[in-house]
Structure formats: C-alpha cells, structure tokens
Write a protein that binds this ligand. Structure first.
Ligand SMILES: *Cc1c(COP(=O)(O)O)cnc(C)c1O
Length: 356
C-alpha cells in the first residue's frame, strides 16, 4: 500500500473557472496563467482543460516548451521576458510572446537575428516597483520598439499591487494612462482580482491565475463566495493512528500543545514535506467526516495531529481533507498566515496526484 495521501485535481472545476472569468471579462481575451507548474496543479495534466483559453502565460522556458511539445499552438506569453540574450533563439523557435521590462532586453532584441518578428509586451512599472520601465520612459521605449524589424505587435502591460484590497487600482491606472498617452494598441493589465472586481482594467487581454484554480485573490473565501468558482485541488489523506491523552499530556515536537483535559486525537498522514505549512498553528482546520477539526501542536515532516473531540466515530483509516472541495484552501492558508497561492504551488512532488 502506498501512503494514503493524495491530491485530486478536478478538470471540470478548472474549465468551470475559466468560463467564470469569461463571464466577468466578456470582451477581453484571456491569458490563463500557468506559471509555477500551473500553481502546483501540473501543466501537463491540466492544460487541455483550459484549451478554450486565448493564450497561456508563464515565465519558465521549460514550461513554454512543454506546452508546445504537448501540442498547444496558440499564444504563449513569457511574463518576465527572457533572462539572457541567449534565450532569444528559443523565443523564435517556439513562437513565444515576450515581455520586455528592461533596457538590456531592448538592446538584445535590436541585435537578434530572428526568423520572424516577435510580439512584445512592453511592461510599465506603474507602482509595484518590481519589473518594468518607468512611466516617463514608456513613450520613448515604445517608439524604439516600433521601428525594430524584430518586433511585430506591441502590447502595453502592467501589474496591480492592490487590486484585491480597498486600495484598488485607481492610482496605478492613473500612472498607466499617463504613460500610455498617445500610444495606440492593445493593453493587458488585469490579474485575477482586477478580472473579477475592476472591469475598467480589462482592455484587450486579462491575465487571471489564482481564480482559475478556485481560490481567492484576496485570501478571503467570502470575497469569491458568490462567483461560482470551484476549488480545483483537493488534498486528502487518512488517520494512521489514534491517541488518547489525559490532562497534562503534550503533543508532538517541543510539546507545543498541552492537553488541559482528556482528549482523543488522530495522527494525520501529512506533513510539511508534503507541502502542508509548518507554520500552521494549533487550531488550523481539517475536514473529517463532515466537521472541521482543529490541528494540535507542531506540524512534523510527515505527520500532524488533530483533535477528534467533535468526531468521536473517526478511527484509523478515516479520511481527512486538508483542503479543497469541503474546506477552502483560503481558510487553511489564513490560519497559517499565508495565501492559497503558496499552499497550492508548494504541493510537494512526493504527493501522488489523480485527475478527476
Ligand atoms: C502571477 C501573475 C499573474 C496572475 O496573478 P493572479 O493573482 O494569480 O491572478 C498575472 N500577471 C503577472 C505578471 C503575474 O506574475
């Protein structure tokens, strides 16, 4: 018998979620963001369920090549562009669309010998201060790109820092509009949060990631409750032992949890080496037999303990859902002080995956 842990990936949830993005952005094309191996879901196993997308966005050449070799013939966008001038032959060979965010990339493009001009995403730094040209440089960069024989279509691109919160996109939109004055051509701005909540940012292309996988861009389940988004990944395992504690007994490494009364606990076959967050404190929810049960003590590499007080019938072999269908990944993430993004993309390679 293999260890009982397993992640199941719902392909119907994935295509449902893409449809929901379409309904929110009916006049835009969609780059389905599949970076980080499709946020941990596995590009190879899921891309066909997103095949009605208009393009795939990612940032690793290996992932782009995997998609091409798997048969995807549509657009592929490199969100961070190329990492070295030596990458340009790959962009040419695999017909990739590339972001250009830095002066050195512009120079490399100008010197490249390509078999055909490439589509370029000119990245504007509108306030995130991560990648992109300063707003006042944009017009100049656009003019220089436009005359390069190596460049086909130019799309303006930027990324929002606060589309999921109160702060919103207003300030960055102002910067983008100013930088783009006098520039005609397509724009691509919206991440998941802006795709759901800021329709005036949609323009020609949107770039949703997290919502495709059914989690909330804000980390709050309530924010996506009425969207119809469905969780794609469900991580399940089983109880492999039961312990009965008396008052004063402690649980796990460092004895971080100490029982104040008699309590029956379960040992769950999942730990941080599976991608379960080690920072999850006592009280992080697990779903067992229809109820939420709190974890107890420190998460170990391969196991974590759970309070079975509300689940007296649970026994060795009882199924435990760590997150997914019945327990939103956002709730587990927020208990552990992180986001669904981090949990799903950190699913460990040792966890077997089934597609349903
Ligand atoms: C990851 C990423 C996205 C998708 O973000 P979500 O919040 O998952 O929708 C969009 N654009 C860029 C540039 C990204 O890096």
């Amino acid at each position: 018998m293999p260890r009982p842990i397993c992640a199941s990936i719902s392909l119907s949830a994935l295509s449902n979620n893409l449809e929901i993005v379409r309904r929110h952005a009916p006049h835009s094309k969609i780059w389905s963001v599949v970076k980080a191996n499709a946020y941990g879901h596995g590009i190879a196993r899921i891309w066909q369920s997103l095949a009605s997308t208009d393009g795939f966005a990612l940032l690793d050449f290996n992932e782009a090549i995997l998609l091409r070799e798997a048969g995807w013939q549509g657009p592929i966008l490199l969100l961070e562009g190329f990492f070295s001038p030596d990458d340009l032959p790959l962009i040419d060979q695999y017909k990739l669309t590339t972001a250009v965010h830095s002066e050195w990339q512009l120079a490399a493009l100008a010197q490249a010998r390509l078999s055909a001009p490439v589509d370029v995403y000119l990245k504007i730094n509108s306030g995130m201060n991560r990648l992109g040209f300063a707003p006042q440089q944009v017009s100049n960069v656009w003019q220089r790109l436009r005359v390069l024989p190596q460049v086909a279509q130019i799309t303006l691109m930027s990324h929002f820092a606060n589309a999921d919160s109160e702060k919103g996109v207003g300030q960055q939109m102002q910067v983008i509009n100013q930088a783009a004055e006098g520039i005609t051509g397509p724009r691509c701005l919206a991440n998941s949060a802006a795709s759901l909540w800021h329709p005036h940012t949609h323009y020609d292309w949107v770039r949703p990631g997290i919502v495709l996988y059914g989690a909330s861009p804000s980390g709050q389940v309530a924010d996506i409750a009425d969207t119809g988004l469905r969780p794609v990944m469900t991580l399940r395992t089983e109880l492999i032992a039961i312990q009965s504690l008396k008052a004063g007994d402690s649980v796990g490494y460092s004895g971080r949890y100490c029982a104040s009364d008699k309590v029956r606990i379960g040992v769950v076959a999942c730990g941080y080496a599976d991608g379960y967050p080690r920072h999850a404190p006592t009280g992080t929810p697990m779903w067992i037999d229809g109820v939420r049960c709190p974890t107890l003590g420190t998460v170990s590499m391969d196991m974590v303990m759970v309070d079975l007080s509300d689940c007296p019938q649970a026994t060795i072999g009882t199924q435990v859902e760590l997150w997914g269908e019945n327990l939103p990944i956002d709730d587990v993430a927020s208990a552990a002080g992180t986001l669904g993004y981090e949990l799903m993309s950190a699913l460990a390679p040792r966890v077997p995956v089934v597609v349903v």
